[in-house]
Ligand binder design. Structure first.
Ligand code: SF4
Length: 172
């Protein structure tokens, strides 16, 4: 089995319309100059820890807000996509070294404005588990809290508002 895929593109069916709530939210985020925080998600435990941590990071740092990665990638005419693409910087918290969502985001925003984080090295657990349902909810939340604390500390020290932009890979 091949263990490598070179750069590739994905054909995606076109779409009409908007998510009304997403439009309002993204317009407000643009007006407030929020820095988008995106993540992967469950059902994989690594994706779920990344998602929970992303929520906590955005809740804790007033200048950051969660963005929907799927709307950003798959509804290109949405305000969500416009917000992420025009943001001065964005944060992508991926669940593991495969960095699925950051690899796609990189093509949209360019490497120079993306703070790309692999969450797994920040807690190093559950490497033999796939499903998030195999880890109790309270434990998932506690681990996500630890991950979020590390990311918040990094963003506060390395990316204070107005600081020069750079791409980082935390936990590598
Ligand atoms: S980076 Fe990819 S493989 Fe890893 S947890 Fe996220 S979606 Fe799953």
């Amino acid at each position: 089995m091949e263990s490598y895929t070179p750069d590739f593109s994905l054909e995606v069916q076109g779409v009409k319309g908007f998510c009304p709530a997403g439009e309002v939210y993204a317009k407000r985020s643009i007006a407030e100059k929020k820095i988008p925080v995106l993540s992967c998600e469950g059902p994989c435990i690594r994706g779920d820890i990344a998602r929970l941590a992303a929520n906590l990071v955005a809740q804790e740092l007033p200048s950051y807000a969660r963005a929907c990665h799927a709307e950003t990638f798959f509804v290109p005419h949405s305000t969500m996509a416009r917000w992420v693409k025009q943001a001065e910087k964005s944060v992508m918290i991926d669940g593991c070294f495969l960095k699925c969502h950051g690899r796609a985001l990189k093509g949209l925003v360019g490497e120079g404005t993306m703070i790309h984080i692999d969450a797994l090295p920040l807690y190093q657990k559950y490497t033999d588990i796939f499903s998030m349902d195999d880890v109790p909810e309270e434990e998932r939340k506690a681990v996500a809290r630890q991950v979020a604390d590390k990311i918040v500390a990094m963003l506060r020290t390395e990316h204070p508002q107005g600081a020069a932009l750079q791409t980082v890979s935390l936990g590598q």
